[in-house]
Design a protein around this ligand. Structure first.
Ligand code: FES
Length: 114
């Protein structure tokens, strides 16, 4: 069994080695989009993985769906990568949600006269 800690939700779940990170994140009751249902076709299940053990090499699907920069930064597809040892994963903020959050924060700053 391995512990998977999920950020930014700050939740931890214990799962068997070999379980997909997508399933582990869901077991932790954290949200991770998966528009294609885990078939490796959408790329929405991207997450950054820091593991205590060496993960399996990138699958062909991951090589196709992730940029070189994302791979260098430790991103994997949750539907393609299996848990192998304790891990900390970070789910990136949705880009559209980030833009809305930044606009709301800017508007609140204007209201306060900042
Ligand atoms: S769920 Fe679509 S690529 Fe992983």
């Amino acid at each position: 069994m391995s512990k998977v800690k999920v950020f930014p939700h700050d939740k931890t779940v214990e799962v068997r080695d070999g379980v997909l990170f997508l399933a582990a994140v869901r077991a932790a009751k954290a949200a991770l989009p998966s528009k294609c249902g885990g078939r490796g076709a959408c790329g929405t299940c991207k997450l950054k993985v820091e593991s205590t053990e060496k993960l399996e090499p990138l699958t062909k699907t991951e090589t196709r769906m992730l940029s070189v920069r994302q791979v260098q930064e430790g991103y994997r597809l949750g539907c393609q990568t299996k848990v192998k040892g304790d891990a900390v994963v970070t789910i990136p903020e949705d880009p559209l949600r980030r833009v809305i959050r930044m606009q709301l924060e800017a508007a609140r700053g204007e209201e306060k006269g900042e």
